[in-house]
Design a protein around this ligand. Structure first.
Ligand SMILES: [Zn+2]
Length: 347
């Protein structure tokens, strides 16, 4: 029986990796892979949402805060193999440390006995009613964290205070609150799609310039990709996110900073002007016009024309402790390709 199952898995995987299964071109293959991945992600998101909403019923903690926290932790842990192995069959990502779960003075590191955990002031609870408080069970973990938050109250302000006491980091509370705002606004957790920053029909050109030395403002490396385009060319948000910064800075000129739902910060600089309707705290969708290409920067507010007009596009990742720049070029290429694949389909 088992060998039959293994054999069919083998056949299926051969079918899917066979060099004979060819796509018309790379774009079609990309599109098919992306579609399959999106479908799977959407199903998983639905499963998770059911859990978050159940926790809201039990604890009165707004479900979108639990969802936002889960989303934040998923991103932080993206590269940690150890945690992924521990999580095994879990669909949610929130991970509570053994000390916090079982209680600091509890001699049993991964205690599952709710009353013993209670004695040692651990936060582990039994959320699925099986009598055990298991640190790698979705319902137990979500219920435990929701109950922890509920000690502080159930208003948004209370929740943010609880989050600060849990993470002890302002940036984390801010990001989770931003995620919560978007999830609550759209009443869902699944957000797909992206846009190349320059709309179709406009001329532009860009090369991989990340890491190049740059001329102004001392010895810094170029933390982004420059997309050259004419003055006034619209600049669009590439992903779902929230505007964190809008205004002037000496290097970037008129610039906007948007944090997306993967906790990546997108930095748009040297704009000639902004979309006047947008302000800090507003939500943007892929394709939302945020401003227009210019050559502002390298001086006092209003300085312009010291270099040819271009969009400086930067991307920064947060690992829960610090934020750093990474090369946006591959993402830009991917969004651009997807955009032109869409165009071909419409024809
Ligand atoms: Zn640049």
């Amino acid at each position: 029986m088992l060998s039959k199952v293994l054999l069919s898995i083998l056949i299926v995987s051969i079918l899917f990796t066979s060099p004979f299964k060819t796509f018309a071109n790379e774009e079609d293959m990309d599109e098919a892979a992306v579609a399959a991945e999106q479908k799977e992600e959407a199903l998983l998101a639905q499963k998770r949402e059911e859990l978050y909403r159940r926790m809201e019923t039990l604890t009165h903690i707004p479900w979108y805060y639990i969802a936002a926290m889960d989303r934040y932790e998923k991103n932080i842990q993206r590269k940690s193999k150890e945690k992924n192995e521990f999580q095994n069959d879990r669909v949610t990502a929130i991970t509570i440390s053994p000390q916090v779960w079982s209680g600091g003075f509890n001699p049993i590191e991964d205690d599952t006995n709710p009353s013993a955990i209670g004695i040692f002031h651990g936060i582990g609870r039994d959320g699925n009613g099986d009598g055990l408080a298991e640190r790698n069970n979705d319902e137990d973990v979500l219920y435990s964290i929701a109950e922890f938050i509920a000690q502080y109250g159930t208003t948004e302000k209370d929740v943010r205070i609880a989050l600060w006491n849990y993470y002890l980091r302002n940036q984390t509370v801010k990001v989770i609150s931003e995620f919560a705002t978007i999830i609550n606004q759209y009443n869902r957790t699944y957000f797909a799609g992206d846009s190349f920053p320059i709309p179709r029909g406009y001329n532009y050109t860009y090369h991989n310039t990340w890491g190049d030395p740059r001329g102004w403002g001392g010895r810094r490396i170029h933390e982004g990709t420059d997309i050259f385009a004419g003055y006034g060319t619209p600049v669009r948000a590439s992903r779902w996110g929230i505007i964190e910064i809008k205004g002037w800075n000496p290097y970037g000129g008129w610039r906007m900073g948007v944090r997306d739902l993967d906790n990546i910060y997108h930095y748009y600089a040297h704009l000639s002007s902004f979309n006047k309707k947008l302000k800090v705290g507003d939500i943007v969708e892929p394709g939302t016009v945020i401003g227009y290409v210019g050559s502002s920067g390298y001086g006092k507010p209003g300085t312009s024309g010291k270099f040819p007009p271009h969009l400086h596009y930067g991307m920064y990742r947060d690992n829960g402790r610090t934020e750093w720049s990474f090369d946006p070029y591959p993402s830009l290429k991917r969004w651009e390709r997807a955009e032109y694949a869409k165009k071909k389909k419409k024809k």
